[in-house]
Write a protein that binds this ligand. Structure first.
Ligand code: BTN
Length: 253
């Protein structure tokens, strides 16, 4: 397992493989507190029994078919107001790798991995610990549907469903870790504008008229026009009104 991540500088040099656990983000937090995980550590499991998603949702993943793992980062070069830059670089890295397998893979604001027409392939749950120094620790939990083909409810898809063949899970992990490391180092070098541009280029529903729901108008037709530096989603309404939404303030229909 260590051998396959020999292509990186720091990310994935320390791998904690757990055959089964509740949540790799929770395991990562425990290991970090005990001093057993640090920047670059990866916690990965074959069977996650209490996977957590965004908005308090659960994350379900069929054992041994998919990727469920957490990367530990210490991006203290970012301050609390720059947390969205982490979302950008992680989702972009995952999108770029999956796009090598099949076309039309996009990032859905704020941090889903989507197929443009077929549904959600994966998601990212980033949990930061922030102090006056900046972001001391970031637990980047990534769940991706790779070889699972049966889902209990409509909405998700997987790489195997999209391509019609099974994929090599560890090869995808290796590519993601390499690509995340590359983007992380770019972020550290201050290349954030480039990452933001790439994020917009690969953004699900960018510049397309689609249906949304917000508190003010209920259902409405709108067009995503961009992202603010703090990561708010900019949507133009049919009326011409320009709105900015924080996470949870707008629903994609
Ligand atoms: C979402 O789309 O809601 C985010 C899903 C994130 C799931 C991953 S799987 C590995 C890590 N451990 C967790 O408990 N959650 C994340």
């Amino acid at each position: 397992m260590h051998k396959i991540l020999a292509n990186t500088i720091f990310l994935g040099k320390d791998i904690h493989y757990l055959p089964e656990c509740h949540s790799t983000n929770d395991e990562a937090m425990q290991l970090y507190k005990q001093g057993k995980a640090r920047e670059g550590s990866i916690i990965i499991t074959d069977k996650q029994t209490k996977g957590r998603g965004q908005r308090g949702n659960q994350w379900f993943s069929e054992p041994s078919k998919n990727l469920t793992f957490t990367l530990v980062l210490s991006p203290s070069f970012l301050d609390a107001s720059q947390q969205f830059d982490l979302n950008i670089m992680i989702t972009l890295a995952v999108q770029e790798v999956l796009a090598q397998y099949t076309p039309d893979i996009q990032v859905k604001w704020p941090n889903d991995i989507m197929h443009r027409y077929e549904g959600k392939l994966g998601g990212v749950l980033i949990e930061n610990s922030v102090s006056t120094r900046g972001i001391d620790m970031s637990l980047v939990g990534i769940g991706l549907n790779l070889n699972q083909t049966d889902f209990a409810f409509p909405g998700p898809t997987s790489l195997a469903k999209l391509t019609g063949s099974q994929v090599e899970v560890w090869e995808i992990l290796r590519l993601i870790v390499k690509t995340v490391e590359n983007y992380y180092l770019r972020l550290k070098r201050g290349e954030v504008e480039l990452l933001r541009r790439l994020f917009i280029q690969n953004l699900y529903r960018y510049n397309e008229w689609s249906a949304y729901r917000d508190q003010m108008d209920g259902e409405f037709l709108g067009k995503i026009t961009g992202i603010t530096t703090e990561g708010k989603l900019k949507i133009e309404k049919e009326s011409g009104q320009l709105n900015q939404y924080a996470f949870k303030e707008v629903e994609f229909l």
